[in-house]
Write a protein that binds this ligand. Structure first.
Ligand code: HEC
Ligand code: HEC
Length: 346
């Protein structure tokens, strides 16, 4: 009997304790409810702001190549893959030990068009399918992809033009056209080609360029600038920057602005537009030094038929202005650009 009574008292005590606890907490709950609600709401707000910021932030989406694995047609796919191999290992097919023809200096397209012409600002082919055929002032004519590819073969590869109907040219065209097929016709792909670089306010200096070359480039491209071949001599491990097997003086890289833009965002090997390793000055000075070294000559009397359209750093006369050949080669370029602008606005 007594035990039962104690039990009941115990339970009653428990209930009372529970009620007291609620009584103590209740006012707090009421007072802070508003704040608790606000707390959750403000959290929501913060999250919204984060997504807002993300969408406003310069999430520049650069072009990436269309995916070859998505090609259903097996014939087209193998043609595109052959084209890619021709870009990547050009020398194996067309170099001094080429299996198809011996028509080039042994460089690969990929040496200058990095990652088979797909690297952001690595001189990629993103805007070729969308913008060609196009008018090019260098030739003063409308050029198709064949003409543009043969231009690089004759100049950058210091070689002989390919037959446009041949299997190899067709494959190269198929590859370039396919990887750029995701760009709207007439539009320029973001991150394609080379990235702009501001002019220096002085002439680029071959002497300072040499000093940087020794520190930052020579280990791969060698003291004589001639690079190194692989063990079988079929391809370069490190391509030449000057000498008999390098690009000739009609090539795009022979213009110091192109060279500076290329190396600034791509060299030493491994550098990229968002992880550069050279200052602007170093890039221009390297361009001056390397393009002052000996290399094959190409006669290009028909280039820039309208001389007023010559780029400021085209180092061959006649010029539409009175600046010297040396200034056209090494700069400073801003005064030439200003003079051109003035003349063209007349
Ligand atoms: C020595 C470096 C070098 C090599 C090797 C080279 N190119 Fe080029 N190529 C360039 C440069 C630099 C440009 C851009 C020139 C300019 O804008 O004036 C260019 C431009 C092009 C373009 C036009 C790109 C555009 O957006 O207008 C195509 C297509 C092209 N190259 C194809 C090739 C092919 C195919 C090969 C191999 C057979 C090759 N190139 C080898 C340096 C090179
Ligand atoms: C770690 C080795 C390495 C270093 C250091 C290096 N490069 Fe290169 N460079 C390469 C390779 C490899 C390629 C070819 C890339 C490919 O085929 O994918 C190349 C390509 C080039 C090209 C285009 C092809 C040609 O031969 O004309 C230029 C121009 C160039 N390098 C300039 C430079 C300059 C200037 C420096 C110094 C700032 C430099 N490189 C430092 C490895 C290197």
């Amino acid at each position: 009997m007594q035990k039962e009574l104690l039990d009941i008292i115990n339970r009653l005590l428990n209930i009372i304790l529970f009620l007291v606890a609620i009584l103590i907490v209740l006012p707090f709950l009421i007072v802070y409810r508003v704040e608790i609600n606000q707390f959750f709401k403000s959290k929501e707000k913060v999250e919204m702001n984060v997504t807002d910021v993300v969408s406003i932030m310069p999430t520049e989406t650069y072009w990436t190549a269309a995916d070859i694995n998505s090609i259903k047609d097996e014939v087209l796919k193998s043609q595109v893959l052959y084209g890619k191999d021709l870009i990547t290992h050009t020398s194996k097919y067309f170099g001094p030990k080429g299996s198809v023809m011996k028509i080039s200096n042994g460089m690969n397209c990929q040496n200058c068009h990095l990652d088979a012409g797909t690297k952001t600002f690595g001189n990629n082919y993103g805007s070729v399918a969308s913008l060609y055929p196009k008018f090019r002032p260098r030739s003063g004519s409308v050029e198709n992809i064949y003409k543009r590819v043969n231009d690089c073969i004759e100049r950058s590869l210091n070689g002989k033009a390919l037959d446009t109907l041949g299997k190899e040219m067709q494959a190269i065209k198929a590859y370039i056209t396919f990887i750029g097929s995701n760009v709207k016709k007439g539009e320029k792909a973001k991150g394609s080609g080379l990235k702009e670089l501001a002019y220096l306010n002085r002439a680029a200096s071959p002497i300072q360029g040499k000093a940087i070359y020794v520190i930052k480039c020579q280990s791969c491209h060698q003291a004589n600038g001639e690079g190194t071949l692989n063990l079988t001599g079929t391809e370069y491990t490190y391509p030449p920057l000057w000498g008999n097997n390098s690009y000739n003086d009609g090539a795009g890289l022979y213009r110091v602005s192109n060279f500076a833009k290329y190396v600034k965002y791509n060299m030493p090997f491994g550098a990229s537009y968002d992880h550069t390793q050279l200052t602007d000055e170093e890039s221009w000075d390297l361009a001056a030094y390397i393009n002052a070294q000996p290399r094959p000559h190409k006669n290009t009397p028909k280039d820039w038929p309208d001389i007023s359209k010559k780029p400021v750093d085209h180092p061959f006369g006649p010029f539409a202005d009175t600046f010297s050949i040396t200034q056209h080669k090494f700069g400073p370029f801003q005064p030439i650009a200003d003079a051109q602008k003035k003349a063209n606005s007349k």
